[in-house]
Design a protein around this ligand. Sequence first.
Ligand SMILES: Cc1cc2nc3c(=O)[nH]c(=O)nc-3n(C[C@H](O)[C@H](O)[C@H](O)COP(=O)(O)OP(=O)(O)OC[C@H]3O[C@@H](n4cnc5c(N)ncnc54)[C@H](O)[C@@H]3O)c2cc1C
Length: 396
Amino acid sequence: MICVIIGGGAAGMFAAIRCKEKHPSAQVILLEKTNQLLSKVRISGGGRCNVTHHCFDPNQLAKHYPRGSKELIGPFHTFQAKDTVAWFEERGVVLKTEDDGRMFPITDSSETIINCLLHAANLAGVDIRKQQAVQSIQKKNERFIIELKGSEILADKLLLATGSSPWGHQMAREFGHRIIDPVPSLFTFNVPSSPLLDLAGIAVSDAMIELEGTSLRQKGPILLTHWGFSGPAVLKLSAWAARELHACGYKASILIRWLASSSQEEIYQQLLQQKQAHPLQALPPRLPRNLWNKLLSQLSIDPAAAMGKLSHKSLSQFAAKLHADRYLLEGKTTYKQEFVTAGGVDLKEIDCKTMQSKLVPGLFFAGEILNIDGVTGGFNFQNAWTTAWLAANAIE
Ligand SMILES: Cc1cc2nc3c(=O)[nH]c(=O)nc-3n(C[C@H](O)[C@H](O)[C@H](O)COP(=O)(O)OP(=O)(O)OC[C@H]3O[C@@H](n4cnc5c(N)ncnc54)[C@H](O)[C@@H]3O)c2cc1C
């Protein structure tokens, strides 16, 4: 059996290793267009490679995917984050978990992951061919004809793992697959009119950010930046609202709920109680002091004023601001640690038990080429490992 895998990224490499380990007598050829394998792994996680996430319940794990969550439940019952950890550990790479659940190699270096994958591929006997730009692919009499510059390969099975590359999408289209429009996911918000830009660096740990007029909202830390807002809640919203934000050209009204767990009425009652209990004192900050003072100043309330001097109207206005502070989103900035493409091969045309095309027998897909993407935290590599594992297992 000859199996050709196109794309030397995380998904292609992982699939090639599994395929060759499972079928030592098969010829497994990995074709990479550039002269570098695993280039995204190298730069991932700020050079540390956030390999996966410490979430070992398949159903919970699947909830971290704005696209693909339903379809990944089954695959995660076959190969999930725990299996990724075990796979690397069996090959001498120990992963550690950070406080937020992200898992990295203990060396804090993506080179460790790259070396492990390359070593496993060589040991298994994967035929790795770099700088191989595939020109075209056709299927004739059950076999795939892969045309390269000046040569061609005949393959029994073909796995496309070309990430978000338009070429891969085009190949899938030529085989009759529908491509869900690719749009960016995982970015930070540009809010040039924000009066908080000079507070860059301040983080609010338990806030909520919402796309006004929709039910799209995310809770978690928000970081004030020189250009607007970042932090886990913002990145998660950028993923869950990737399509809506793309459709409006990244111009939208956003609401920040600075005290995410309280309603406006609760905030107001708490301010009122504090005023009654300590009329001679200033309002005690419930957010980082500079931010708290700035929000008060925007309503022309003196942060140093004794609470007894604050009118009920002022307190009510402040409660409203803490509950729903409105900003104008005017663009996006790429998040350097991790960004992905939402969109890709429509999952309706894929058998998610095997990652095989329902339209073209023998054609498989894995990784970011599929219409699957996760939030930040190691979930995107987990998708690559899982779908690659399933595809490789199904290639007989
Ligand atoms: C800066 C950055 C940091 C990231 N950090 C993380 C992280 O820490 N954790 C995480 O979970 N996710 C992270 N991600 C996302 C993650 O890198 C991707 O989801 C993942 O790499 C997808 O793997 P893939 O194999 O599907 O695609 P890719 O890694 O994109 O690999 C596709 C490969 O196919 C090759 N190719 C394309 N066209 C052809 C062709 N015609 N012929 C031959 N080869 C071709 C490409 O050159 C490439 O090598 C990060 C992304 C970026 C951009």
